[in-house]
Design a protein around this ligand. Structure first.
Ligand SMILES: [Fe+2]
Length: 316
């Protein structure tokens, strides 16, 4: 077993392909630099016009915006760090929500984020703890850590993309941390039994999204293949809750060891890409490849953190 320091010395500093070209956007910025600078891109006039136009955009406008967005995604999401941050989106709540839905429609189909069919989730502190009660979620709390993918409470296929549009940011905390599955699998290749176990099914708690009479858990592996590539679905506390239901077997020692090893490697890799979304930034995440989490944040009377989120199934 390697220590965190040994894992770090082996794997840090080589997390993005060498050919990857950072964005030039932050050269003019007044913000402190952070780990998201390499994927920040100012929203172009073409994209902005499409996102903010009233009524139905014409098909030429939509096609130009789609072409531009997919070029950016290819560079930043598929071949880069798995994340694109568009800057300069309006933060008026109605405009922001409409712009986010319009961007989502360019990429594919918005997926419901709960049993009630919610398409745009307001991610903010609702005073709950992660996994509290039957339905509270990470996105309702202010706590940090617990790197995860979104939609783990739902059956596969997982949402391929999720977006976060920052309407308001906290003064303290709330920075995002991301870990790419390619770095994770490379680090875990030291422990073949761990990889093998993570490719076998676990019970994930459904967070109350099951229909009456359905199981309160969904059974699926942590590491799996989707769209012919390595993918990950993970949130440790939902797995632990899932295996506590009377209808599920308890976690085995082997499963616990695999999850502990995964957590230690994630904890180390999470130090390598940390960035804090700024008001008016719209982040697009590869949810099949990236684990993400945040540092604990605290609202105050002038800064109440609010992010808008969509989950997306890409068009074929
Ligand atoms: Fe999340």
């Amino acid at each position: 077993m390697f220590s965190n320091a040994e894992i770090a010395s082996r794997y840090l500093g080589d997390l993005v392909p060498n050919s990857f070209v950072p964005s030039r956007a932050l050269a003019e910025s007044t913000y402190e630099s952070d780990g998201f600078d390499i994927c920040r891109v100012p929203t172009s006039d073409t994209l902005r016009t499409f996102l903010l136009s009233e009524g139905e955009p014409d098909s030429e406008q939509a096609s130009a915006a789609r072409h531009e967005l997919f070029e950016l995604l290819r560079h930043y999401v598929d071949d880069g760090p798995g994340l694109l941050v568009l800057t300069g989106i309006p933060v008026d709540i109605d405009l922001a929500e409409a712009a986010l839905l319009r961007l989502t429609s360019l990429l594919g189909e918005p997926l419901p984020q709960n049993r009630e069919g919610l398409l745009v989730k307001k991610v903010r502190d609702r005073g709950t703890a992660i996994g509290e009660g039957a339905r509270a979620r990470y996105s309702d709390s202010r706590f940090g850590g617990n790197l995860h993918t979104d939609g783990v409470e739902a059956p596969l296929p997982a949402p391929e993309i999720f977006t976060l549009l920052c309407v308001r940011q906290s003064e303290q905390g709330g920075a995002l941390q991301v870990v790419h599955v390619r770095d994770l699998v490379r680090a875990l290749s030291e422990w073949p039994e761990v990889l093998e176990t993570l490719r076998e099914p676990f019970h994930f708690d459904r967070r109350g999204d099951q229909e009456p009479g359905e199981s309160p858990t969904v059974r699926k592996p942590v590491l799996f293949m989707q769209r012919e590539r390595q993918a990950i679905a993970y949130l440790r506390s939902y797995i632990e809750l899932g295996h506590k239901h009377s209808s599920s077997p308890p976690l085995t020692d082997r499963q616990c060891r695999a999850l502990d090893t995964l957590d230690r490697v994630v904890e180390t890799l999470a130090l390598t890409r940390v960035g804090k979304l700024r008001e008016g930034e719209l982040a697009i995440f590869d949810n099949l490849s990236l684990l993400h989490g945040r540092t604990e944040f605290r609202d105050n009377s002038t800064h109440t953190r609010l992010l808008l989120r969509t989950w997306i199934r890409l068009s074929d």
